[in-house]
Design a binder for this molecule. Structure first.
Ligand code: HEM
Ligand code: SF4
Ligand code: SF4
Length: 424
């Protein structure tokens, strides 16, 4: 039943991708770069993050101001009718930050925000693609499990990013996170104290969030390496057209909707800002003890908080915890019969090492033979790593390695059948 479901989703996904080929051509179909796209968008976050890092100050009284300084944005003022305000025929420009600001800082911050959204969206699409095409089970358990960890860490880094702005929403999110952690039986209080770095929020708390953000992003690199070690030549860069399209999307979005801090004071000064939807706003600076009435939830990173608000902290833990467990166990059910793992015919193996060099999954090691043997080495297959691909069979000049259930006659019949289907 479940296998039937997976084969149905596989057919649907392949049809969708084939359909898109009609518009995009096969080389530029973005769906074929489902794994490469999250990686590509990650580079935007690294580069824009480094630029923000140069000016960010992680202390309670300077974090918001430093972000404000980076993202001060010149705006064209409009009159009550929405017409541009002109002085001597020239549009009146006002900086919505009192600070000097960094040129295009708001756009760089916008790239970071839109890049973060793009990374989460492409990561989820990638996960659905590998799941729906049934490419997540058996020996692919490692890319899948490391993928689930990647998903968790991308979420974690995104959430800590929102805390760094240290506006009123960030403070409310910290209080909500403490409620989450305190609900954990026995160790809840300890976890909450660990999160803020002590018994109260102080400068060190922001230094800690900054460490979580940068340390988490660095850990993502390591996880990506884990993700790739069992993949044969993973597609890691999208085609040039898809690259430009993604670059264009993020730059245009960040140019049209840059990220800025907007306070009530500024709105009082420039009422035009109140209704302006031309940017992603942040709240006024955080004040300890002041919780915002309505948290603005971001669909990609803040959904756990939205869920908690709707169903309460215990149910939110149960729902998100069960979903995480299901994701972790998904590759182990239904179990595939592993009956075609490569086998070495000891008598024929000369120890030439060709198979071990060619195996894309490092499933073959060369080991010493007993003293006095005709040949020095013998190939040994490490079964859990073998993907039953048969590359070693082609690599061996002595027919000393074979897949027990794939015979040349069967392969010939399979190829002929495929050719026939293709010809129709
Ligand atoms: C930071 C996020 C991620 C990045 C950068 C990433 C990157 C990649 C890349 C480049 C590939 C190779 C794709 C190909 O060759 O066509 C891949 C394969 C794979 N990924 Fe991810 N991935 C991420 C997250 C995830 C997540 C969240 C999951 C699932 C929970 C996942 C599961 C897999 C699996 C099972 C494969 C192997 C599929 C196959 O062999 O066709 N990945 N990933
Ligand atoms: S079939 Fe051969 S080449 Fe393929 S994974 Fe197994 S040992 Fe490696
Ligand atoms: S290629 Fe064939 S002969 Fe050479 S080590 Fe591998 S199994 Fe042995």
């Amino acid at each position: 039943m479940y296998k039937k479901f997976l084969s149905l989703t596989k057919n649907l996904t392949v049809s969708l991708e084939k359909g898109l080929n009609l518009f995009t051509t096969q080389e530029n179909n973005p769906l074929y770069f489902h794994g490469a796209l999250p990686l590509y968008t990650f580079w935007f976050l690294i580069f824009s993050g480094i630029m923000l890092w140069m000016y960010y100050i992680p202390t309670l009284d300077r974090a918001w101001t430093s972000v404000n300084y980076i993202t001060s944005l010149p705006v064209l003022l409009k009159d009550a009718n929405g017409q541009l305000l002109l002085k001597n025929g020239i549009p009146v420009v006002a900086a919505i930050s009192p600070a000097t600001g960094i040129p295009y800082g708001a756009v760089v911050r916008g790239i970071h925000r839109w890049g973060a959204a793009a990374m989460m969206i492409t990561t989820i699409l990638h996960m659905l693609r590998v799941y729906f095409t049934d490419r997540h089970r058996s020996w692919r358990w490692l890319p899948w499990v490391s993928g689930v960890l990647l998903l968790i860490f991308v979420l974690f880094v995104g959430i800590t990013g929102y805390l760094l702005v240290w506006d009123a929403r960030a403070y409310s999110l910290v209080v909500s996170t403490q409620r989450w952690l305190e609900a954990v039986p026995l160790i809840g209080q300890g976890l909450s104290a660990f999160f803020i770095g002590g018994d109260a929020i102080r400068d060190f708390t922001l230094t800690r969030f900054f460490f979580f953000h940068i340390g988490g992003a660095t850990f993502i690199f390591w996880l990506i390496w884990m993700h790739f070690i069992r993949l044969h030549e993973p597609v890691v860069t999208p085609s040039r057209a898809v690259n430009f399209l993604t670059l264009g999307f993020i730059l245009v979005a960040a140019g049209v909707y840059p990220a800025v801090n907007v306070t009530n004071d500024l709105i009082a000064q420039y009422p035009v800002l109140a209704g302006d939807k031309g940017f992603i706003p942040s709240d006024a600076p955080a004040q300890i003890g002041y919780l915002v009435d309505v948290i603005r939830y971001d669909a990609w990173y803040l959904f756990p908080y939205y869920l908690m608000e709707k169903v309460g902290v215990n149910w939110a833990w149960i729902i998100l915890g069960s979903a995480t467990i299901l994701l972790f166990v998904a590759p182990f059910y239904p179990k595939d019969r592993r009956d075609n793992i490569a086998e070495v015919v000891e008598a024929k193996c000369t120890g030439c090492t060709f198979c071990s060099l060619d195996c894309p999954f490092e499933a073959i090691t060369m080991q010493e033979r007993a003293p006095g043997s005709k040949f020095k080495l013998i190939a040994v297959v490490f079964a859990p790593r073998c993907s039953e691909c048969g590359i070693c069979v082609g690599a061996c000049p002595f027919q000393a390695i074979e897949l027990p259930n794939t015979h040349s006659k069967t392969i010939e019949a399979d190829v002929l059948a495929l050719l026939k289907t293709g010809a129709q």
